[in-house]
Design a protein around this ligand. Structure first.
Ligand code: GKR
Ligand code: MG
Length: 439
């Protein structure tokens, strides 16, 4: 009675780890840090156990983080994939914990440990799911919803720049493909992009990536979106911390009737708190409260209403579950941030999204902007703006090794080693420099 199965307790041990950097085609999207390069870098991790069960994960690609992952191999081989607390401890001992300064000023996170641990954790959880016959969502405490809703993510685009999806490459493209290729520099073009994207994917809320043009132009685009889509489509804008407190309050007030939330208008928790006091619109962040260490101060001063988690940046799926608990305790909401990514990351986001206790806001995704894929069966499907939660064991997606090898060749050929949107922007505008606060 209640006999413990010791072979199960011993757990599947890690035999091999494969790290594959890839370069995926990315359109010329403009943002506060400059311009997307023709390729976005991702790193695919595959962990294989002694009994040949394979688990996969995907993280943003950076040469330094790939090197750290490579170094971590010797520490991880032989570890039991179920012992994630121990694995995290081993990685922390080797690489140290990340500091707030390590994050950098860019819209995206550049810290090492969170990326490494996220890669290892998701691949281990994929294996845990396969061993127990359960989807990852069940390992996170179980499903709260069958489908996970995402928001349309609009970008201004630079005509003529970018990779294979650059402007004018395929004059025969129609629908979303055509919208993806065309430039989008003014409110009308942004509305056209939104219409094509919502038609193709069924999104029911819309986010505009701001911090590109002076605020008046971007606020006009928000107003144009409202006029075109009406009240039923909640709107958001994210200037990636480039506005001053005064600018944020001025335009924040003007957009109050239209926005479901205003994302990172200003830089830093103290400035966010000032803007938050002045506006009725909730504030969201993936730039001012970005790690557990910053939460006490955020709560003390009231820096934001919504934390946009990203399992790649917060140290994995289980850490994001911890974060949602903290958010719940302190009356914050949790939603999700994204960067250019493929289906392995999307699957992980969907499992996490399905496990969240509350889903007040549709999650971010860049997925419509990418066209490559490395999972068997090709691109994941969106219906009515949402993705069905996989029910197969683990992540529920498997590696297409031919596609992976081809995208690894892209990586070797393109010569990029880390994301640097400023350099890309300077190729078309040599005088352009990144500014932490611009307007
Ligand atoms: O892809 O250019 C981009 C975005 O600006 C991205 O890098 C941000 O990290 O989507 C992100 C955000 O919400 O700040
Ligand atoms: Mg953001």
């Amino acid at each position: 009675k209640n006999k413990i199965n010791m072979s199960y307790i011993a757990g599947p041990r890690i035999k091999e780890i494969h790290i594959t950097p890839i370069a995926i085609v990315d359109p010329p999207l403009l943002n506060a840090a400059g311009l997307h390069a023709p390729y976005a870098l991702r790193t695919v991790l595959e962990i294989v156990t002694e009994d040949n069960i394979s688990g996969i994960s995907e993280i943003p690609g950076t040469k330094d983080i790939d090197a750290a992952l490579e170094e971590s191999k010797k520490l991880l081989i032989g570890q039991d994939v179920f012992q994630l607390n121990q694995i995290r401890h081993i990685l922390e001992q080797a690489f140290g914990t990340d500091s707030v300064a390590d994050r950098g000023l860019a819209p995206w996170d550049q810290r090492k440990l969170v990326h490494i641990f996220s890669a290892v954790e998701v691949a281990c959880m994929d294996i845990m799911g396969k061993v127990t016959g359960k989807p990852i969502v069940d390992l996170l405490g179980g499903k709260m919803r069958d489908r996970v809703p995402f928001s349309a993510y609009l970008f201004y685009k630079y005509e003529g720049a970018g990779g294979e999806l650059g402007f004018g490459l395929n004059p025969n493209a129609t629908g979303w493909d055509a919208a993806r290729q065309k430039s989008a520099l003014n409110p009308d073009e942004i509305v056209a992009q939104a219409k094509a994207m919502c038609k193709e994917f069924g999104f029911q809320s819309i986010k505009l990536k701001g911090g590109v043009f002076e605020p008046r132009q971007e606020v006009d685009a928000v107003i144009a979106l409202r006029q075109a889509f009406g009240e039923k489509y909640p709107l958001r804008i994210d200037p990636n911390a480039l506005w001053t407190v005064e600018t944020s309050i001025k335009y924040g007030k003007e957009m109050e009737p239209y926005l479901e939330y205003l994302e990172d208008p200003v830089r830093g928790q103290e400035n966010m708190a000032l803007v938050r006091k002045a506006l009725k619109t909730p504030l969201a962040t993936n730039m001012c409260t970005t790690s557990f260490g910053e939460i006490p101060r955020s709560i003390e001063i009231g820096a934001e209403d919504i934390i946009l988690s990203d399992h790649h940046f917060w140290g994995g799926l289980r850490a994001s579950m911890t974060l949602t608990g903290i958010c719940g305790t302190f009356g914050r909401e949790l939603s999700m941030h994204s960067n250019s990514h493929l289906g392995i990351s999307l699957a992980a986001m969907v499992h996490l999204g399905a496990a969240l206790p509350k889903m007040t806001y549709a999650l971010d995704t860049h997925y419509p902007w990418q066209s490559d894929e490395i999972i068997i069966g090709g691109r994941m499907k969106f219906e009515d703006g949402s993705v069905e939660v996989p029910s197969e064991p683990g992540l529920g997606v498997e590696l297409d090794r031919v596609a992976l090898a081809a995208l690894h060749q892209n990586y070797l050929a393109c010569g990029l080693t880390k994301r640097n949107d400023e350099i890309e922007m300077q190729k078309i505008n040599p005088d352009w420099t990144f500014k932490a606060v611009r307007w």
